[in-house]
Design a protein around this ligand. Structure first.
Ligand code: F6P
Length: 524
């Protein structure tokens, strides 16, 4: 490790001492382990149990991680965020996603609470003003203007009837909008053009095509069919789009942290303003827990510290998130942006190199994932920590099959942790090496009593805060995303060249690809 904030010797020594200890031994030597390494969070109509006991750690590690968080100023940074100070230092902005749903001074100053309340009042008024004849909502947006509301709408669809169907369009690939419009009629459709910057090329291109579709479909009052959500309302006019309602969000709410803001207006249009309120209530409960619970009892704090421990100290470069819940199928994709766009950085706040930052986040739903990549998790040469998520109450019609779903999750976590040694494998001796599984593969299990809108909100907030904790530990700015800018601006130049107006000199590989594409395209 080359950076000044690399792994301190005492943490490296703790990791070393655990290398020879298996999870089997850790459980055998400490009968209370499952108890003291679990945390419960009350969430109104639901409850969350987070079981960290299958992680590679012991009491000394937890104490050392909490002490390290104090040393690295995690709570100081949190206090700065709550106070509205400009902790997004490279953009000189405050970070106010928690304030967007706050109703107490523990999580936001009163003036930020007022801004949030105004935002929601305006959202409710816009939702109420949308004609009952609108049966379909198409959300056009990408990244944080897509992934959060898509996750929420997909999940809520299993919990309550939708007054309107919502579809999501994000990709510049024309097939995306084409498909979303299949079976829709312009008169009954409203578009949400969701873009914090109102400058994202994919979103604006799709919004222009949507406008043309409305006109072609006989709509004369186009503005009645378009809601914009943005932090830059003054940019709308230059796009040529006609917009009936503008919902604003503060610049200080990052796209990937914007799910509790007006960005989720699609949720209210489909499931009612009350549903969005329940989601925000659940987020608020997790916020209060994060801000007030002592470090040792604090679920997001421990989740973030354990992710940091696994990546930085134990050297596990990726994490799989596997929800055992069909309705949380979009969670891994949502978390990829939240976590990797936040902490996929190589320099700290002062611009000095950092040797380890965000793990690669990936995953998919259980049980499907068991029949796809779990082989590698059990027997592969990589150790991949897993976050399992599920809920005890079924959302479907067959309680028994839901039990089977949850049983599979518990079984996978158990198999990963404890494995089966060659000596314990029966049958043909020559196959024992193949059939044995090493175990000692860490995981965290999160089990909700019921998956409610509030529980989903709390889950999202839990990961927002765990992401914050990791960023603070690495001392990176978790709230900018300069890395995506170069590719965006190059795409503009490449497209210009593709259309015959060379504006940049490209490398030989890109030139060759451009030539080939032009020639194949022109054959059509
Ligand atoms: O991918 C970069 C990014 O800027 C994300 O941070 C953001 O969520 C997404 O693009 C969409 O941005 P906007 O909401 O401004 O259209």
């Amino acid at each position: 490790m080359s950076d000044a904030r690399s792994v301190p010797d005492h943490l490296a020594a703790l990791a070393e001492s655990l290398r020879s200890a298996s999870l089997r031994e850790l459980f055998a030597s400490d009968p209370q382990r499952a108890e003291w390494l679990s945390r419960k969070v009350q969430l109104g109509d639901s409850e969350l149990l987070v079981d960290f006991s299958k992680q590679t750690l012991n009491r000394d590690v937890v104490d050392a991680l909490v002490a390290e968080a104090e040393t690295r100023g995690v709570r100081r940074l949190l206090a700065d965020m709550i106070a509205g100070r400009a902790i997004n230092s490279t953009e000189n902005r405050a970070v106010t996603h928690m304030a967007m749903r706050a109703s107490s001074e523990a999580t936001a100053p009163i003036e930020l609470q007022t801004t949030a309340a105004d935002m929601i009042r305006h959202l409710d008024a816009v939702v109420a003003a949308v004609s009952k004849s609108i049966t379909h909502v198409v959300n056009i947006g990408i990244g944080g203007s897509d992934l959060g509301p898509a996750l929420l709408c997909d999940a809520l669809g299993a919990m309550r009837p939708a007054a309107r169907e919502v579809r999501f369009v994000s990709n510049i690939d024309p097939v995306d909008l084409d498909r979303a419009l299949v079976g829709l009629t312009a008169r009954h459709t409203i578009f949400i053009v969701c873009s914090k910057s109102f400058g994202t090329s994919e979103t604006l291109a799709n919004a222009r095509r949507a406008r043309a579709w409305l006109v072609a479909g006989g709509v004369t009052a186009v503005a009645d069919h378009v809601i914009a959500v943005t932090a830059q309302p003054e940019r709308i006019a230059a796009t040529g789009l006609e917009v009936g309602h503008v919902l604003s969000m503060p610049d200080s709410v990052g796209g990937r942290y914007s799910v509790s803001s007006a960005v989720s207006v699609s949720v209210a249009l489909a499931f009612g303003s009350g549903a969005l309120r329940e989601i925000r209530d659940g987020m608020r409960m997790m916020d209060e827990h994060f801000v007030t619970a002592p470090m040792h009892d604090n679920a997001p704090m421990l989740l973030g510290l354990i992710w940091w421990w696994n990546a930085t100290v134990l050297g596990h470069p990726s994490v799989a998130v596997v929800p055992y819940s069909r309705v949380l199928g979009l969670l891994p994709g949502y978390l990829q942006q939240l976590i990797m766009e936040s902490n996929g950085k190589s320099v700290d706040r002062s611009g000095s190199p950092v040797s380890t930052t965000s793990p690669v986040v990936w995953g998919s739903i259980g049980t499907n994932a068991q029949h796809a990549f779990f082989q590698l998790l059990h027997q592969g040469t990589h150790v991949v920590p897993v976050d399992f998520v599920s809920h005890s109450a079924s959302l479907g019609s067959a309680e028994h099959d839901h039990d089977a779903l949850v049983a599979n999750m518990f079984a996978q976590a158990e198999a990963l942790a404890f494995g089966v040694a060659q000596g314990e494998v029966g049958g043909e001796p020559s196959l024992r090496a193949h059939r044995a599984t090493p175990g000692n593969r860490p995981s965290t299990t999160m089990l909700f009593s019921r998956l409610t809108p509030g529980a989903i909100g709390a889950l999202v907030a839990l990961y927002e805060h765990a992401t914050f904790v990791q960023g603070a530990m690495w001392n990176v700015n978790s709230f900018d995303q300069w890395g995506v800018e170069l590719g965006k601006s190059l795409a503009v130049q490449v497209l210009a060249d593709m259309n015959g107006t060379p504006s940049a000199s490209h490398d030989a590989s890109t030139k060759r690809l451009l030539e080939q594409h032009r020639s194949w395209r022109n054959e059509r």
